[in-house]
Every structure is written in C-alpha cells, then in structure tokens.
Design a binder for this molecule. Structure first.
Ligand code: SER
Length: 342
C-alpha cells in the first residue's frame, strides 16, 4: 500500500481551505480531500488526490479507504446552525449520519493498520445552551461539562458526535474486547465563531461578524441580523487551523479528555461594527435583529473556558482581537478586494 495520508472532508469550506494551505506550507502531510464541490485549481495543487462527492456516499468512502492508507481524518464537512434550522432533517443526515460513516471508515482503517487513526473533529460553541441573557452575562466563561443543552439541530448534532467519537475511541466493540490499538483516536475542539479574511461562511449564525467585515471591505451596506449587544467569542481562522494541527500532533498521553474548548476573544456585534468602521470609515452597518437568529446567538455563551486545552496540549491563540484585526483581517481583506476597499 502507498504511504499514509491525511483525509480532509469539507476541504473546500472555510476551515478546509486554510487547513490545506497550512499543511502545504508545513510540507509534512500528504493530503487527500473530499468535498461536494471540486476544489479550485490552487488548492488541488496542495493535494495528492481530490474527490468531488458526498460523505453520505458510502461507496465513495469505501473507495477512498481502499486506495489510501488513511492515518488521520479531519472531518470538517457539516451544515451550520442557521442552515440546520432551515432543514433539520438534512442537517441530521449530514452532521450525524455522515460523521458516523467517517467514524466507521476510520475504525476499519485502525483495525487494518493495527494503530489508532487520529480523527480530528471541529465541534462548536453551539453545543451550549444558556437559558437567558441574564444567566449568560452572569456565567461568562463556560467549562466543557456545563450548559450542554443546545437549542439548534446543529448544536445537538455536534454534541452527539462528540459522544460518538468518545465511544468509538474507548468502548467500540467492548464485548469482543477489541484491542485499543484497533480503535480510533478521536480528538475534538469546540470552536467559537470563526472569522476568515479569505472566505465568507455560509449558513452559520456567527456569520454576522465576518459578513459585516467583508461587506464593508467591498463597499456594500450590511444589515446585521443580531442587535449590537449580542456577544459571543470569536477566533481568527489562522488560530483555528493552528488549534486543529496542534491537537492532531499532541501526545496522546497528555490528553485527559476527548473534547476541548478553544477561545481567543469575545466581542459584541456593536464592538465588531466599531472596529470595522475604524478601518473602513465609509462602512454602512445597520442593525435589524432577526428574532430566531438572535435567540440562537443569545443561547451561546459569552466566552468559553479553554484552560483544559491550555494545560493539556499548550493551546494559546496567537491573535487577540487587536492583532486579529490589525495584522490579519484588515490587511488580508484589503488585498483581497483591492481598490474597492477604500
Ligand atoms: N459558526 C457556527 C455557526 O454559526 C457555529 O459553530 O453555525
């Protein structure tokens, strides 16, 4: 069989593209991707092989597994929270059944290789459900084990898949005393809202942050779907990818849990608008809260306690809010939209 590879699902998405770029720069991994839509030429060049197809297609996954020795899976493909509320059944299919297909495939690979396939799974702030804005303010930073009562299909899906991953890692086929070398090694991160200078997300509820910024950079007006006081944590995309790679490379013996919060800065929609206006003085940002999307954002905590990730595998974001805007978001976005971003 050929040399081991890293399989990335949802490779053409927001996180995927930045991850492919990072792995290409690192030069340490041979990457195989699968996504519904074909990767643009630039990203195809970073990969050993790319598959355009659906993770619900078990035949496709079997084919990929038959052709490659997969030692790592980054399972990024998902339907985000607003999209999931529009089509909860589809969200469940993609986010849960799709994940189960990937877990099964990784499990088979682990048994075949005789060593645990590392399975990296981005989970989300959406697994939390704060009962009220008052409680949210009072609580501040939440720990992994608290407030696990999501109000979206996406949040429910992510929370359940975290459990599935833990189950596959520790208990799969426990009656037949399967050796732990033949089980997979599932590792998950709960991300806050992510902001990328390269792409605008689709179908999320934390999208107001990146949408505001990208609209201003293109000279377009933006009507924000939450009020100025709505506050959640965010993270710059390069930090999100660093977190994924560091968790992948962490020594298994140091990991005390399968799920880790990671966070970097918390801002309200109003504060983000002020930062955007400071860089793009012509920005036209108005607030027209949507009742349901606001309720979802209000159910997410103001901040996440990431001390477990810091202690176990040395997590530390490189970008606080000042640096994220000054050194990453604004300059990259200006370059991206060129002359339009006055
Ligand atoms: N960014 C995601 C969303 O808004 C949360 O993980 O759905």
């Amino acid at each position: 069989m050929s040399k081991p590879v890293v399989l990335v699902t949802g490779a053409n998405g927001e996180i995927g593209r930045t991850l492919l770029q990072r792995m290409h720069t690192d030069g340490r991994y041979r990457v195989v991707t699968v996504d519904l839509t074909p990767l643009p030429e630039k990203y195809r060049g970073f990969c050993l092989e790319t598959y355009a197809g659906n993770i619900m297609d078990r035949y496709l996954l079997d084919q990929i597994a038959a052709h490659h020795e997969i030692e790592v899976v980054f399972h990024l493909a998902a339907l985000l929270s607003t999209r999931g509320e529009r089509d909860p059944e589809l969200a469940h299919q993609v986010n849960v059944e799709g994940t189960l297909h990937l877990l099964r495939m990784a499990q088979n690979q682990s048994a075949r290789l005789g060593r645990p396939v590392r399975f990296i799974f981005p989970s989300s702030i959406a697994v939390y459900g704060m009962p009220s804005v008052d409680e949210k303010k009072k609580v501040g930073r939440v720990r992994e084990q608290d407030w696990n009562v999501p109000i979206t299909m996406y949040g429910c899906n992510k929370l359940y898949c975290e459990h599935l991953g833990r189950y596959f890692t520790q208990y799969f086929r426990q009656l037949s005393a399967l050796s732990s070398a033949a089980r997979l090694d599932f590792r998950s991160l709960r991300f806050p809202g992510l902001i990328s200078a390269e792409t605008v997300p689709t179908g999320g509820t934390s999208d107001f942050g990146p949408e505001m910024l990208h609209a201003a950079a293109q000279g377009q007006p933006y009507e924000c779907f939450v009020g100025p006081d709505a506050k959640i944590p965010f993270m710059a995309m390069p930090d999100a990818v660093t977190a994924l790679v560091h968790l992948l490379e962490a020594d298994r013996s140091k990991l005390t849990e399968t799920v880790y919060n990671v966070s970097s800065f918390s801002e309200s929609a109003g504060q983000i608008a002020d930062r955007v206006r400071a860089s793009f003085p012509g920005a036209q940002i108005s607030f027209k809260p949507d009742a349901v999307r606001s309720k979802i954002v209000d159910s997410w905590p103001e901040d996440m306690d990431d001390s477990r990730a810091r202690a176990d595998w040395g997590w530390k974001p490189a970008y606080d809010v000042e640096r994220a805007f000054a050194e990453y978001l604004i300059p990259t976005i200006r370059k991206r939209y060129g002359a339009r971003s006055a």
